[in-house]
Ligand binder design. Sequence first.
Ligand code: PAF
Length: 289
Amino acid sequence: MEVIDSVKELKKRVSDFRKENKKIGLVPTMGALHNGHASLVRKSTDENDVTIVSVFVNPTQFNDKNDLEKYPRTLDADCRLLESLGATLVFAPSVDEIYPEPDTRSFSYPPTDSVMEGAFRPGHFNGVCQIVSKLFMFVEPDNAYFGEKDFQQIAVIKAMVYDYRKKDTDWAKRLNIRPCPIVREDDGLALSSRNTLLTEEERSIAPYIYSVLSESVDYSRTHSVEETKNMVVEKINKKEGLKVQYYEIVNADTLQTVSSWDEAEHIQGCITVFCGDTPIRLIDNINYI
Ligand code: PAF
């Protein structure tokens, strides 16, 4: 497995792979890899000849400087894991390599990017689109893999790719976005790089989020959308150490809130919860229909 940090070298390797007619899978990550990432890499190695994994903590998607500084960075361990999973190449650039000058491009796909995470983290999805579009331009992958824990992020990236496709962009026409299911700990907590920041006590209460979400699926069969939403928020807020930032029950395709269970073919509940005193911001989601 090669580890490279230069865009020029990355493009050269990609062009070699293309000459050899290799199918390319891309797994964009911010490192601090866990089993959730491993599942994306495994899917990519199953479906492609070559798997490129990017490891880059993208500063433009953090609207909180402290959050960016705290973000775990574990490149050596990440590379060991990626090697054992059969990744072909790791791209781990510096910030200057990706942004030799400030990226002034602005991306906007309302309403997908303006609700939930978009409303609570202004500029977050603009930063995600900046880095992900750069990676797509550099690698021109056949398939790109994203975890469904970041449910809204997948919808925004799909909207961005659709927009590039409309502009007749070759890389966008080739690309398939491949969402992959959330991977959970045995106690239900969704795997996240941020979990390593939880204290022992916070870690012990965090699984309650998924336990209430799961309970709400049964509850939803005999209760309205509003009652189900209130049940989730009230129960989680009653647990000491947890505070819901938002819980929205939305049309899984448009991310717009629904008011009845027959309003959309697929309905998802998306939650963000603050855990502990620090606090650590945890996100999760569940499918109702
Ligand atoms: O989901 C993430 O880890 C990041 O948002 C991504 C897609 C790697 C872009 O930095």
